[in-house]
Design a protein around this ligand. Structure first.
Ligand code: DX5
Ligand code: ZN
Length: 215
């Protein structure tokens, strides 16, 4: 059974209170929060004040995915806003080891995200320091894109790297996750599934979460 993390990016922002209540009362485990800066990715989403407000509505895990340059400038603020897991992009961090240490010293779990073109092998010397790898299965910046099938190979390779070392690192898949491909992703070795459009644009989001949870 995978951890299910609905992505708020696909929610109806006019009805955020209802959306977070649905999430809280559903079988979802984590809320995935996509923060974009218009520099690392060609889009701007939402930021600290939104996360801080949502924090009052649920005690479930906040999985914050930073698609921003210089994440070290904001890590402490995200902790204060309520982030439990803070994920930074390998491609955005010149001093990734330092970024990871900072996140952990602030009392958050540390995640590292890889763009579709970044090889899993680049994680070899950081894997033992982190709690999660987020494999991007679309190019980051937008919800509702289609899943890149090459991701399956990356999941299997990463699962092997983690197991060989006897580590306990979550493998999160982000982008284009559907009820149809969820089983294949879990079989390949994924442990966390992010789902934006699949959940929030479905007729009954809570039921869709249950379906994903039961796969
Ligand atoms: C993309 C974001 C994803 C996005 C996923 O940049 O990181 O988390 O919300 O959306 P779906 O599930 O709709 O592809
Ligand atoms: Zn994301």
């Amino acid at each position: 059974m995978a951890i299910i993390a609905p992505s708020l990016l696909a929610a109806d922002f006019l009805k955020l209170e209802r959306e977070i209540e649905m999430f809280h009362n559903s079988e979802a485990d984590w809320l995935h929060l996509d923060v974009m800066d218009g520099r690392f990715v060609p889009n701007i989403s939402f930021g600290l004040p939104v996360i801080e407000s949502l924090r009052k509505a649920t005690n479930k895990t906040f999985d914050v995915h930073l698609m921003i340059l210089e994440p070290e400038k904001y890590a402490e603020e995200f902790k204060k806003a309520g982030a439990d897991i803070l994920t930074v992009h390998m491609e955005a961090c010149v001093h990734l080891h330092r970024n990871v240490q900072q996140i952990k010293s602030l009392g958050m779990k540390a995640g590292v995200a890889l763009n579709p073109h970044t090889p899993v092998s680049t994680l070899e010397d950081i894997l033992h320091e982190i709690d999660m790898v987020c494999l991007m299965s679309v190019n980051p910046g937008f919800g509702g894109q289609s899943f890149i099938p090459h991701t399956y190979k990356k999941i299997k390779e990463l699962r092997r790297l983690i197991d060989e070392r006897g580590l306990n690192v979550e493998i999160e898949i982000d982008g284009g996750v559907t009820v149809e491909n969820a089983g294949l992703l879990i079989n390949a070795g994924a442990s966390v599934l992010v789902a934006g459009n699949t959940v929030f644009r479905s007729k009954n989001p809570a039921e869709t979460i249950s379906r994903l949870k039961s796969i």
